[in-house]
Structures are given as structure tokens and as C-alpha cells.
Design a protein around this ligand. Structure first.
Ligand code: EPZ
Length: 460
């Protein structure tokens, strides 16, 4: 396991390239199960989650030629005999659930492990299951697995509204399932995320008949067969947003290339309201921060509202804005694991239910931190860049699941992030760089009346 040692206080500047979208690539890869013809995919990011999906597809009889160094992948489902997605593979990544719809559409049966709990809160899949049942799938849950089969799928109308809005991967699953169903399926309250549109565009290239992409009503006219396609995955809007905030939080000037500004409207709106200037061209964006930041009041929501996947990063930025910011998390109401770690850096944040109140502009100082999930990791790196001194961030495997070498990208922009192997259990911590910070606050002046005992413990 690696950790990061981050030296804060450097202004970032320069040009960075945005990689392909993880959340678009994963359901697109799962769609390879829908045909026995090859899918050629480009702009695939080189990430732990992509490798987890490749391992699962391999288990499901998809042969592959992968060159992730050049972001290219060819997938061909040439062995349709397998239909089991075991816990061991699914537990590594929730997006494994995206194989459920394709398996049922093409192979008419699926045994897929329930994805289980997650650091960002309870994540049910009831809407996926409700939709599949409406298409005619006979399903039950037994011993932690969804066990499902159908003689054939029949089109119908399915409403995907849940208590916290629609569902992104649920829409992907049902979109895939409906392409090979008999008749017409109408998905209402469907997700409008760019990643869903990207999947829809791939399916259309494969021969699917889909209307309404980008709206909340999708109409799918079932076909009997899908075929080969070549597709370039869209740029990752969440990576792009993270890099824009990296520019803003360090008071720098950062230009992003290979980015889709039209996918980032709510993010640019929030950054502009906070006092940043964002210039856009067809495929690039530049952020500058000239003045003091302003506090922000916003709520996350399904696209085109502000993305939950950027909530933690924006909160890191809000810690620098004088005054009170308010961030309401409506998609995953418990997604606040980063709050207590930001507080360790010196931020002042109160959490009331699904709302965080940030009292901005307090000086932040580096500290030892622990990453809890993918986007929280990114937020802590951003906050560390804006802090004085050194931060040691552990458990960065969360980050590597969804950002392609974010440390290298930030270092190219002038950040000072060192990746080192975390100390193995049986080695003393002094053997790694940054151990000073992990070992204890020797730099603190001891309060009166406190003395070190002979064993090195503090006694009062
Ligand atoms: C996708 O997760 C993304 N993952 C998430 O990104 C993202 O945070 C999320 O959409 C919301 O934008 C991928 O695309 C692989 P949902 P997904 O189903 O599809 C509730 C990241 O950091 N719900 O849209 O699993 C659910 O509890 C990740 O890259 C139900 O109630 O999310 C939540 O409150 C994390 N029943 C809301 O809907 C269901 O059956 C939205 O969840 C399904 C979801």
C-alpha cells in the first residue's frame, strides 16, 4: 500500500490532460456482454477499477486485448456459458452490478453478488431490480446474491425515481437490458448524466434503437441482435473538476486539455460564484483565481445539478473562503467522511444531517490523514496542497481506484507530492519518509504540568 507525503503551499500552474471517464468506461465495458462481436474502446483510463472490471469480464467469458498504457481495449464475449459474478470480484467495485442487465438481456440468466456496503453510505439496488422485474425477469435474493432469469424480456414503462433522485448505474443496467427486449421500453425519471449518454451512444453504434438520450425519458425499441462497434469514451468530468479546484485552491492558473466544458456547467457556475474565472474553448478550460474567494451555498443533485462526486473537493475549497459556506448533499446524505479529516488540517466545519456548514478562511496546517473513499481522498489532497507544511495521507488505494496517477498530474503542475510505500506492519515507522509527522507532535510546546515518563508516555 502506498501513501502520499504532500508539501503544501505551492501555487499550481500549467497544462494538464484529462483522462477518459471511469464512470462512463465501466458500464460501457459491461455492455460487451450484449454481443458476440468485438467492441473496440479508446480513451480508457488506466485505473484499479478498470482492472477489476476486466477481471470480472474475463470470468464472464469475455476475451480481451488490453493496452491500458495506450488507453485502448478490445472486448469480445466469445464464451456465453458463464453468468456468475462472484462476491470476490464484485466486492472490489460496486460498478460490477453493471453486468446484471447485459447478462439477463443476452444470456437470460445471472447470478450476481450484491455489492454490499460502502464508505459513502447505504447504496441499495432496489430500483435496478424493480426495473428488471418489470421487464419480466424472475429474481430473488439468496445468500448475498441476486439470482435472476428470464425466458425473454418484454418492453414496458419503468419509473426510476428513488428517494434521492434517479439512479445512474440503474439507468445503465435497464438501458442495456431493454436493447434486446421484445417491444418498446420507456424509462421515466432516467438519469441524464453524460456517462449514461455515452453508454447510449455506444449502444446505438452497436445497433440499438434508443431515443431521448440526455433527457429523463428514454425510449428503447428492442432489436434481436447487437453488433461490433468502436467507441471513444468521454473525458472524465470529475477528474477535470478536481483539477480545476486544484488550480483554485492554490491560487494558481491551470489549463485542462481534452475536457468537455459542456459537462461541467454546474461546477463552473459554482467556481465562478466563489470568485474564480474559468475560460472555455472547444476542448480546453483555464481557471484563474485573482481575488479572495467568496463563500458558497449549494446542494448536490443528479445531473445537470452539482455532482456529488465533486462535493468533497468543493468543500476543501470552501474552507479558504472567508465567511460561512453551506453544502447540502442530497444524493448520498451520509457522504461526509472527509469532514473530520479536513478538521484535522484546521478547517472549521459543522455537520448537521446532510448539510455541512463551513466557516472559511481559517489557516490550515499539514497533518497525518487517512483517506476513506475515492473523492474524499482527492479532497484531502487538495486541502493538503493549500495547507502549510507537510501532510501524510494514508490509504491512497482509494484514490488509485478512480484517478489515473493524480499525484503525477498535480506534480506536473508544480505540486510536491511524493508517493512512498506505506510501512509494512512489521517494520518501524521511522523507516519511511514523513515518519516525523506520524510519530507525534514533537513540535508542540508542552503545556505546563505535562512531563514525559521514563517509558516515553505523557503523564499529567
Ligand atoms: C454512480 O453510482 C456513480 N458510480 C457514483 O460515482 C456517483 O456518485 C453516483 O452515480 C451519483 O452520481 C458509477 O457510475 C460507477 P445512483 P450509482 O444509483 O449509480 C439511491 C464515484 O465516486 N438509489 O445514481 O451507484 C442511492 O442510494 C462514484 O466515482 C436507490 O435508492 O449511484 C443514492 O442515494 C461513487 N435505489 C441515489 O439513488 C437504487 O436502486 C443515487 O445513486 C439505486 C440507487
Amino acid at each position: 500500500m502506498d501513501l502520499f507525503i504532500i508539501q503544501g503551499g505551492t501555487r499550481l500552474g500549467g497544462v494538464a490532460r484529462v483522462h477518459g471517464s471511469k464512470n462512463a468506461a465501466l458500464p460501457i465495458m459491461a455492455a460487451s456482454i450484449l454481443t458476440d462481436a468485438p467492441l473496440t474502446l479508446t480513451n480508457i483510463p488506466d485505473l484499479a477499477d478498470i482492472r477489476s472490471m476486466l477481471a470480472l469480464l474475463d470470468r464472464l467469458g469475455v476475451s480481451m486485448s488490453a493496452n491500458l498504457a495506450s488507453s485502448r481495449l478490445t472486448l469480445q464475449a466469445d464464451d456465453p456459458s458463464s453468468f456468475i459474478a462472484p462476491y470476490d470480484l464484485v466486492r472490489k467495485m460496486r460498478a460490477s452490478i453493471c453486468v446484471l442487465g447485459p447478462l439477463l438481456a443476452k444470456r437470460k440468466k445471472a447470478i450476481v453478488s450484491l455489492p454490499g456496503g460502502c464508505a459513502i453510505g447505504h447504496r441499495p439496488i432496489d430500483l435496478h431490480l424493480k426495473g428488471l422485474a418489470a421487464l419480466g425477469v424472475d429474481l430473488r435474493i439468496e445468500r448475498g446474491y441476486v439470482i435472476a432469469q428470464a425466458e425473454h424480456l418484454t418492453g414496458t414503462t419503468i419509473d426510476l425515481a428513488g428517494p434521492n433522485g434517479t439512479t445512474v448505474t440503474g439507468t445503465c443496467n435497464l438501458l442495456c437490458a431493454a436493447t434486446l427486449a421484445k417491444g418498446t421500453t420507456v424509462l421515466t425519471s432516467a438519469a441524464r448524466e453524460p456517462e449514461v449518454i455515452d453508454l447510449g451512444e455506444l449502444l446505438i453504434k452497436m445497433g440499438a434503437k434508443i431515443e431521448g438520450l440526455g433527457t429523463s425519458t428514454l425510449t428503447i425499441h428492442g432489436v434481436t441482435e447487437l453488433g461490433a462497434a468502436t467507441h471513444e469514451v468521454i473525458p472524465d468530468r470529475i477528474e477535470a473538476a478536481t483539477l480545476l479546484i486544484a488550480g483554485a485552491i492554490t491560487g494558481g492558473e491551470v489549463t485542462l486539455e481534452t475536457v468537455r466544458a459542456d459537462h461541467l456547467t454546474s461546477v463552473v457556475d459554482a467556481l465562478t460564484r466563489m470568485g474564480c474565472t474559468v475560460q472555455k474553448t472547444h476542448r480546453s478550460m483555464t481557471i484563474r483565481t485573482f481575488e479572495k474567494l467568496s463563500p458558497i451555498d449549494l446542494a448536490t443533485g443528479p445531473y445537470p445539478a452539482f455532482p456529488t462526486d465533486v462535493q468533497a473537493q468543493l468543500m476543501a475549497l470552501a474552507t479558504l473562503a472567508p465567511g460561512k459556506s453551506r453544502i447540502v448533499e442530497t444524493v448520498f446524505p451520509d457522504r461526509f467522511m472527509h469532514v473530520s479529516e479536513l478538521v484535522r488540517l484546521g478547517a472549521q466545519i459543522e455537520q448537521h444531517g446532510n448539510t455541512a456548514i463551513i466557516n472559511g478562511c481559517r489557516p490550515m496546517n499539514g497533518a497525518p490523514l487517512m483517506a476513506s473513499d475515492l473523492r474524499a481522498s482527492a479532497a484531502l489532497i487538495l486541502a493538503a496542497l493549500a495547507s502549510q507544511g507537510e501532510t501524510v495521507l494514508r490509504r491512497i488505494y482509494h484514490l488509485d481506484r478512480g484517478y489515473q496517477r493524480l499525484d503525477e498530474t498535480l506534480n506536473q503542475l508544480g505540486a510536491k507530492i511524493t508517493r512512498v510505500a506505506d510501512v509494512p506492519e512489521n517494520l518501524p515507522e521511522e523507516s519511511i519518509p514523513g515518519s516525523d509527522l506520524l510519530a507525534g507532535p514533537h513540535w508542540l510546546t508542552k503545556p505546563a504540568g505535562v512531563s514525559e515518563s521514563a517509558e516515553g508516555r505523557t503523564s499529567l
